[in-house]
Design a protein around this ligand. Structure first.
Ligand code: MN
Ligand code: MN
Length: 470
């Protein structure tokens, strides 16, 4: 079957793929393009989980959301948020119906793959100062070679003072880089398997080369960097042990293609879903059922930790919200509220890539430009580890998206037994709620320059908005 036939099926009974650009009118195309400009601004700034939180907080406050902790009683239409360690967030718009009947929940994640500095990162070798890293999340290590990197994060001194660090995002700033081996000397490296060609311990960052002190001084290249750090931030080497310094691609998001229909940029997994779900939340007024957005951290390393989806933050925050909505809080109300909820796990999916045709099963793979991706199951090797949404839950999503003109498609991450992936869906499901994966298709997921379609980003926003409205 050709792609043409698929879009023009022989029978009206057949399910046809829809291209969002065909379906949107001129006005909606214009809206999609404008929305993408704001989205690019967001991902240019929100390159770490802490930065996502700072921008998210600003957006929510501008839209009238107030800290949950400052509120004693909540009534329909009230807008609150709560933040967990500057890395995870829950925002809610209280609905007309009792929370016990369930909430409409969207969960996305704030973290993206990157290089983290080790606790003792600084060393010198060959007249150069370097910084050791430990990569975070599932990366192809060669992606991080010969790429300009910006340093983001915080150093927390032993007295509790937090020093923000941001180098490499302004045009005049220096950047950092991991050097690659010249092809002339790469004979042995080129013979290796791709996974082994670059070792994790060789992802060392170039950090300086002007020595400090006389020729006889020990470790004078390392000392020079320590002097910079002391001058710029007032920190000493031991302070780096209590730091979170992350290296991310220093480039901004760009339009791709003659028609500017794609966006290329870092961290679109999962900030494409973070931004669209945030915008959906701020545009939700008085929903029937309470709309709740959770932006979780640490998804890329298994959702562990107290800022990850497995942490107590989510259930605790829902309990705090319920306790402000009912006269007498009890655990049963919380359990019922969670079990009666519907949730979207808003995470990205793999889009069909013509360059790697052989890893996709074309009928069931999402395509860029064909709308928001609804994924019944993720997992690998026989759906292992998947949430596998119930047919009834998938039917509900079809119904609301179709009713509100949201262009959507179905997507599976790749061929059976080719590999796979997971999201926070299975963790949300442990509370008893119905969860479906629903997000944006990307090319080059987890690369420093992931690609999304502007039409799909817009449809994600539109889809999340109608989901919150109920
Ligand atoms: Mn993700
Ligand atoms: Mn990911």
């Amino acid at each position: 079957m050709s792609a043409f036939e698929e879009q023009h099926p022989a029978s009206p009974l057949a399910h046809a793929r829809k291209n969002t650009w065909d379906v949107m009118g001129e006005e909606e195309k214009h809206q999609a393009m404008l929305f993408s400009e704001e989205y690019k601004n967001f991902i240019n700034v929100a390159k770490t989980e802490r930065a996502v939180l700072a921008v998210a907080r600003e957006l929510l406050e501008q839209a009238g959301f107030t800290p949950l902790e400052d509120t004693a009683v909540l009534k329909p239409g009230d807008r609150v948020f709560t933040i967990n360690r500057r890395k995870a967030l829950i925002a809610a718009v209280i609905g007309k119906k009792p929370l016990e009947l369930g909430l409409n929940i969207i969960g996305a994640h704030t973290d993206s793959p990157r290089l983290d500095l080790k606790p003792r990162p600084l060393f010198e070798e060959g007249g150069m100062a370097l910084l050791k890293t430990h990569y975070y999340g599932g990366i192809k290590k060669y992606h991080w070679l010969s790429v300009p990197l910006a340093l983001h994060g915080v150093v927390v001194k032993s007295d509790g003072a937090t020093i923000p660090v941001l180098i490499g995002e302004n045009p005049g700033d220096p950047v950092f880089a991991v050097s690659d081996l010249l092809p002339h000397l790469a004979k042995d490296q080129m013979d290796k398997k791709m996974a082994d060609a670059v070792s994790g311990e060789k992802l060392n960052i170039l950090a300086g080369s002007v020595p400090s002190g006389g020729k006889e001084a020990k470790e004078r290249f390392k000392t020079a960097v320590l002097e910079y750090l002391y001058r710029l931030y007032g920190i000493i080497e031991e302070d780096l042990i209590s730091s979170e310094l992350e290296l991310v691609p220093a480039w901004p998001a760009r339009d791709i293609g003659f028609d500017r229909s794609f966006i290329g940029g870092y961290g679109q997994d999962d900030r494409a879903c973070v931004y669209t779900s945030l915008q959906a939340a701020v545009r939700t007024t008085v929903p029937e059922q309470t709309a709740l957005l959770i932006l979780a951290d640490k998804e890329e390393i298994g959702s562990s930790g107290n800022t990850g989806m497995e942490g107590a933050f989510f259930a605790n925050a829902v309990a705090e919200i319920i306790s402000r909505c009912v006269p007498a809080y009890n655990d049963l109300i919380l359990r019922r509220a969670l079990a009666n909820s519907r949730a979207l796990s808003a995470d990205v999916n793999a889009g069909y890539d013509p360059n790697y045709d052989d890893v996709f099963e074309k009928m069931n793979t999402a395509r860029l430009g064909e709308g928001l991706v609804v994924t019944k199951y993720t997992g690998s090797k026989g759906k292992y580890g998947a949430n596998d949404a119930h047919a009834e839950a998938v039917a509900y999503i079809r119904q609301i998206f179709n009713r509100h003109g949201v262009i959507w498609q179905t997507g599976e991450i790749g061929k059976v037994d080719q590999g796979g992936g997971g999201t926070i869906a299975h963790i949300m499901a442990t509370y008893g709620m119905d969860v479906i994966d629903c997000g944006v298709a990307l090319l080059g997921m987890h690369s420093p320059f992931e690609v999304a379609s502007k039409a799909d980003i817009y449809m994600a926003y539109k889809g999340y908005k109608v989901f919150f409205a109920g």
